[in-house]
Ligand binder design. Structure first.
Ligand SMILES: [Zn+2]
Length: 445
């Protein structure tokens, strides 16, 4: 995704080591193995790249799917998706899926539609659309374009890679992050196989950076029980992970003030956990001497997390070591009353400034009256959070790319380079470049 224009001010890399505090190694590895359609200028160019990949896959087993990402038809000369015929002609019987740059649409060839059991008679799934041809001899048949839940469902129909392929994908994800200058990364929602795999890569001399893992809280006991077999000085289990709301773009982030624009059943988004359930999850992790990472994007979810943390038994709260923190992930909206509670309760804010660059339009549409509550990092620092210790920067790669300079740009400018100053989101919360780099300085492993 082209977030940074050529007029990006030259940011100066800091002397201190930098950490990616929120990423997903398995997904990143998968994304890196796929064909990228970034920068294509026409349907023809996209089809050409797909044809070349299909050719290169000729020796692969017939069950292997061709997957591509970063399709952006708005940037193609024809301003339309490819047709099913155009795609089928170059992919033949190999199931093929093309994902749009924003992950909300997928174009499938006929073999992939058949494998996902999508036909003329398949109804649209809840929350999704199977686009149909409106005219011609095949009117009523799926066009190949799938939106929202129909896109996710079809993507999920593609088979998981074999273990050996998956392992190499994780190795390439580690290499990718190291090439960006990171010496440490934190993996959120780590599957149970990831720790043992990282230990093996370390033994083989193929672990270029330290990794901290957060397992789903449902699996935290299993992860804690197995950690003796794979933990090392460079690979550590840091805690559990929970989801307390959804996302802003889908209007499922849990917000205190109703959305300006949302489906009627999502006026306040989608709360997923109560403060008591959050406290229970935190206590479950703390009893194992582990931390907890809480996904909370809206200000309602952030408040529920802080309320939950304040309910934790004091004896357990005291046992929280700096190395096993309780962290709120994302925190894109924070009510003014909740800003000082982070430092008061000893809660870490793990945020992704680069998301501001992609969310500008969504924020203007969804919460126009709450823009003064968006990503208030300066206020968090003034209330006592310490850059690199209790205020951490990351990217959520591969949802967006991991280049730390995107986050520096967002934290310093509060807008995309090249856009007008009036596009800035909550510019009073801008921080200086040196402070922003310090937020990448966390070392937990
Ligand atoms: Zn994430």
């Amino acid at each position: 995704m082209d977030l940074v224009s050529s007029s990006t001010p030259p940011f100066t890399r800091p002397k201190h080591p930098i950490t990616e505090a929120h990423g997903h190694l398995p997904w990143l590895g998968k994304a890196l193995s796929m064909l990228s359609l970034e920068g294509c200028s026409s349907v023809g160019e996209a089809i050409e790249r797909i044809a070349a990949r299909a050719d290169a896959m000729r020796a692969s087993p017939p069950g292997a799917w061709l997957q591509a990402h970063s399709a952006r038809y708005e940037g193609w000369a024809e301003r339309r998706w490819m047709t099913l015929e155009e795609l089928d002609r170059v992919t033949g019987s190999r199931p093929t899926l093309i994902m749009s740059f924003d992950h909300h649409a997928v174009f499938a060839n006929s073999a992939a539609l058949a494998a996902a059991k999508i036909s003329r008679s398949t109804p649209d799934p809840v929350g999704g659309v199977i686009e149909r041809l409106s005219s011609g001899p095949r009117a009523g048949e799926p066009s190949g374009l799938l939106l929202e839940s129909a896109a996710f469902g079809t993507w999920a129909a593609a088979p998981e890679p074999e273990d050996s392929v998956r392992d190499e994908q994780v190795a390439s994800a580690l290499h990718h992050l190291a090439s960006m200058g990171f010496v440490e990364m934190h993996d959120l929602a780590s599957p149970l196989w990831l720790g043992p795999l990282l230990a093996r890569l370390e033994r083989e001399g193929r672990l270029p950076l330290r990794v901290g893992l957060y397992s789903l809280v449902e699996e935290i006991e299993a992860a804690a029980a197995s950690r003796v077999t794979w933990e090392s000085a460079r690979v550590r289990l840091l805690g559990g992970k929970i989801f307390t709301d959804g996302t802003l773009n889908s209007r499922t982030a849990w917000v205190l003030e109703p959305y300006a624009e949302s489906p009627p059943d999502l006026r306040h988004g989608k709360p997923l956990m109560t403060p008591r359930q959050i406290a229970d999850a935190a206590e479950r992790c703390l009893r194992l001497n582990l931390g907890l990472a809480m996904h909370a994007i809206g200000d309602g979810a952030v408040r529920a997390c802080l309320d939950g943390i304040s309910e934790i038994a004091p004896s357990l709260r005291r046992s929280v070591a700096q190395s096993v923190p309780l962290r709120i992930e994302h925190a894109e909206l924070i009510d003014a009353a909740d800003v000082p509670r982070f430092a008061e309760l000893g809660v870490v804010a793990s945020v992704q400034p680069c998301h501001l660059l992609v969310d500008i339009e969504a924020l203007h549409r969804a919460v126009p009256g709450r823009l003064d509550r968006v990503m208030p990092w300066k206020s968090l620092i003034e209330s006592g959070l310490v850059p690199g210790k209790t205020l951490l920067f990351g990217s959520d790669v591969p949802i967006v790319r991991a280049d730390p300079e995107d986050s520096i740009q967002a934290a310093v400018l509060r807008r995309r380079v090249g856009s007008g100053e009036r596009e800035s989101i909550n510019p009073r919360e801008a921080i200086d470049e040196e402070t922003a780099w310090r937020c990448f300085g966390a070392g937990l492993v």
